[in-house]
Design a protein around this ligand. Structure first.
Ligand SMILES: Nc1nc(=O)c2c([nH]1)NC[C@@H]1CN(c3ccc(C(=O)N[C@@H](CCC(=O)O)C(=O)O)cc3)C=[N+]21
Length: 284
């Protein structure tokens, strides 16, 4: 039976350290504040935004929520981003995704000041990520790397398979693992034969958003499994990985819930603090 990579416990441990950093900032008269813009009525998004706010408050960060209507005009959203970019009290700006269809997400993300880009999704920060010269990272990817470090799992020379190619998870996790000298393959739901790759992988990261995608027959003994999937099946939250069959074959595995989800929220807060410190000329 694989060892559980306890994302929730690790997130809580990190939060205790982050609280100290927040205290240091406040002692210098600096209040970490970031803004989450949510456009429309997506139910899951509203829950995520509230989860973040709770975590922000618990570490002493102020999170302002801008809840905008489903029919919000793109130009009005851009104007709000401009306003927040210009406000020196605001250290972070993010747009919760997905956004309604009248919104061109690329154009909107590009408008965020890269120095306030807590999600790490602006073109310049994505470029910096692949360049290996980054000061902010997409939270989920950063959290996964920190979790592996915490369990002393070294990626050097490992064969890693990432299933999913999103800008928010798949691509950044691949970039960060490549930077750690892993050999990374990016697969996706159009990949002809997932098994052909996953069977040979030392590490499988699944971020495809499909319940039951990764099964025991697809992985080798001793595999390390990171499940980024968040799927609702019959009122239950499950990942992409068939946990019950895969866990016995794995050396390490993240559960859902309690794995990558809580890490994502914690590491978003860590990006907020990184950017707050950076904006105030405090070195890492
Ligand atoms: N711009 C943007 N940035 C995001 O970071 C972002 C986003 N858009 N859109 C949606 C996804 C999804 N996401 C999650 C956050 C927390 C949990 C989480 O805390 N999950 C808990 C359980 C929560 C529950 O029980 O429902 C867990 O896995 O243990 C999950 C998923 C952030 N996202």
């Amino acid at each position: 039976m694989g060892k559980i990579l306890d994302g929730k416990a690790f997130a809580n441990l990190r939060a205790e350290k982050l609280k100290e950093k927040v205290k240091d900032l406040k002692a210098q008269g600096i209040t970490p504040l970031f803004c989450v813009i949510n456009v429309g009525d997506n139910k899951a998004s509203k829950i995520y935004v509230r989860t973040k706010k709770r975590r922000a408050e618990s570490v002493g960060i102020i999170q302002k929520i801008y809840q905008l209507p489903e029919d919000e005009k793109e130009e009005d959203l851009l104007a709000l981003i401009d306003k927040l970019n210009a406000d020196p009290k605001v250290y972070g700006v993010m747009v919760q995704l997905p956004a309604p269809k009248q919104i061109n997400v690329d154009r909107v993300l590009e408008r965020i000041d890269p120095e306030k880009d807590v999600d790490g999704l602006t073109p310049s920060n994505i470029g910096r990520l692949w360049q290996g010269n980054h000061f902010v990272e997409p939270a989920t990817a950063d959290g996964i790397l920190a979790l592996l470090d915490h369990y002393n799992i070294d990626l050097k020379g490992k064969d890693v398979v990432v299933i999913g190619r999103s800008n928010i998870v798949g691509k950044p996790v691949a970039a960060l693992m490549l930077e750690r000298d892993a050999t990374v393959s990016i697969l996706h739901l159009e990949t002809k034969n997932l098994s052909q790759y996953t069977k040979n992988a030392d590490v499988v990261v699944s971020a495809a958003g499909q319940a039951g995608l990764v099964t025991a027959d697809m992985v080798k003994d001793g595999v390390i499994v990171i499940d980024v999937g968040i799927n609702h099946v019959n009122g239950h939250l499950v990942g992409d990985v068939d946990f019950d069959s895969v866990a016995p074959k794995a050396s390490y595995i993240t559960p859902v819930p309690g794995g990558v989800g809580p890490l994502t929220v914690e590491f978003l807060m860590e990006q907020v603090i990184k950017l707050t410190r950076r904006a105030n000329g405090i070195r890492e």
